[in-house]
Write a protein that binds this ligand. Structure first.
Ligand code: IMP
Length: 508
């Protein structure tokens, strides 16, 4: 235990977690602070290893929400590389969701497994369009423009720059004399070939001459090591997938399990239902090796039912999400900090980790959620607007934005997102979420290290090096808190300045 006094003094100021949440009033993360402890270590000594579910440990307590503007393949890969996990949403067909999961499982650092392809029949104008949209040229050409056709050439800027007729077919201008490497080559070997050949791209082909991956010279410099990456036993990145409680989800579980999904999240706004309990029991009986995160719940009674049914982890939150209007619309829910503390208090007795889901907008919220018993923090808006979130950027008044929408916004529901709200067959749809825009936050690969560094500093201030130490201090009443009055909150934020610049989360 690191939060000790060098003189053996045990003097507890403030209140325990139990006392803090004993008031008959729901608290949010902003309503309290953790009192500082004793520092005898550096932020770099803080280890943030944690539990996602009964059987899955992760190196870092951050994860992305199953929302169609947050988590698809790119986000899930980035989250897993950074030591957390992404949960692929299910506002799509079974085949589409399975394909997204499969791509995460197929990921290998440095290898582009599904490059953009064209065929010899495409024109230079098609190449121009790709260049404009994605900002790169250097496109592999396969017989039929798909990955099942043989690789027949490459086109780069140099092949087309001075060609005035943009309707010329690529078959005429492409480079046919290619340097390729065989499937199974290591990244280091591939990089050596790129270096000596001075080419921009190295296609990797199988024994039939079909393209299986592409390696880019421009990525060489960017290739980072990911020592915290979340990997399964066969060293593939971990990934989760969400399902609804509807009967059709049984087919999804079968298909998702076949492609190696690590964890299934049963995504329901009010998780304490007979449908969810039946789904948990069905999965546990038929797919005993897949961990189930059940939810969402906010009370101990709800948590108890799902744990009794066999849940391996719980998702906590009803109404705190940034895009959420559930509490206004339904008058049902709970203030998030109280929900996290109460459910975690119960779940800890059953060794079931809880995930604080929604309402997290800065490092302090993450630290607070962990301090009151959460093992993981799930975020939507924090990761929306990053490069890895689905959707294209656009500009409004000179600001680069991306769309972020609630799964119960009318827009998402019309696409099928209402499966978590028991309203899928109802003709009149009542929205429980909104659709909006968030600013560009750069790459998750830069944002997460920023969040982690801040979190380490916060742990240092609290005087704890690990999440289990923090949780055990919470349970023993040694972690001390203080309620914040409104004026304390005002004092704790910037005040009295004529103007100032807010630190940006966009890390280059
Ligand atoms: P955020 O991190 O505050 O943006 O909240 C994200 C969380 O909000 C998700 O993980 C869901 O639990 C929840 N959520 C997603 N869509 C909706 C919605 O339309 N209404 C209410 N809550 C939602």
């Amino acid at each position: 235990m690191s939060n000790h006094s060098p003189f053996g003094i045990e003097l507890f100021d403030g209140v325990s977690g139990e006392e803090l949440f004993s008031v008959n009033m729901g608290l949010t993360y902003r309503d309290f602070l953790v009192l500082p402890g004793y520092i005898d270590f550096n932020p770099s000594d803080v280890e943030l290893e944690t539990k996602l579910s009964k059987n899955i440990s992760l190196k870092r307590p951050l994860m992305s929400s199953p929302m169609d503007t947050v988590t698809e393949t790119d986000m899930a890969i980035a989250q897993a590389l950074m030591g957390g996990i992404g949960i692929i949403h299910y506002n799509n067909s079974l085949d589409e969701q399975v394909e997204l999961v499969k791509k995460v499982k197929r990921y290998e650092n440095g290898f582009i497994k599904d490059p953009i392809l064209l065929s010899p029949e495409h024109t230079i104008a098609d190449l121009d369009a790709i260049k404009e949209k994605h900002g790169f040229s250097g496109i592999p050409i396969t017989e039929d423009g798909t990955q099942s056709g043989k690789l027949v050439g490459m086109v780069t800027n140099r092949d087309v720059d001075f060609e005035p007729n943009r309707s010329t077919k690529l078959g005429k201008v492409m480079t046919k004399d290619l340097i390729t490497a065989s499937q199974g080559i290591s990244l280091k070997e591939a990089n050596d070939i790129l270096r000596t050949s001075k080419k921009g791209k190295l296609p990797i082909v199988d024994t039939q001459g079909r393209l299986v991956a592409l390696i880019c010279r421009s990525d060489l410099k960017k290739n980072k090591e990911f020592p915290y990456a979340s990997k399964d036993d066969s060293k593939k990145l971990r990934v989760g997938a969400a399902i609804s409680t509807l009967p059709e989800s049984r087919d999804r579980v079968a298909a998702l399990s076949a492609v190696g999904v690590d964890v299934i999240t049963i995504d329901s706004a009010q998780g304490n239902s007979s449908y969810q309990i039946e789904m948990i029991q069905f999965i546990k009986k038929n797919y005993p090796t897949i961990d189930i995160i059940a939810g969402n719940v906010v009370t101990q009674g709800q948590a108890a039912n799902l744990i009794a049914a066999g849940a391996d982890g719980l998702r906590i939150g009803m109404g705190p999400g940034s895009i959420c209007i559930t509490q206004d619309t339904m008058a049902v829910g709970r203030a998030q900090a109280t929900a996290v503390f109460k459910t975690a208090q119960y779940a800890a007795k059953h060794n079931v980790p809880v995930i604080a889901d929604g309402g997290i907008s800065n490092i302090g919220d993450i630290a607070n959620a962990l301090a009151i018993g959460a093992s993981m923090c799930m975020m939507g808006s924090m990761f929306a607007g990053t490069k890895e979130a689905p959707g294209e950027y656009f500009y409004e008044n000179g600001i680069r934005l991306k769309k972020y929408r609630g799964m119960a916004s009318l827009e998402a529901m019309n696409k099928g997102g209402d499966k978590r709200y028991f309203s899928e067959s109802q003709k009149i749809k009542v929205a429980q979420g909104v659709s909006g825009y968030v600013v560009d936050k750069g790459s998750v690969l830069n944002l997460i290290p920023y969040l982690i560094q801040g979190l380490r500093q916060s742990f240092q201030d609290m005087g704890y090096r690990t999440i289990p130490e923090l949780h055990s201090a919470l349970r023993q009443g040694k972690l001390r808190f203080e309620r914040r009055t409104e004026s304390a909150q005002a004092q704790g934020s910037v005040h009295g300045l004529y103007s100032y610049t807010k630190p940006s989360m966009r890390v280059e």
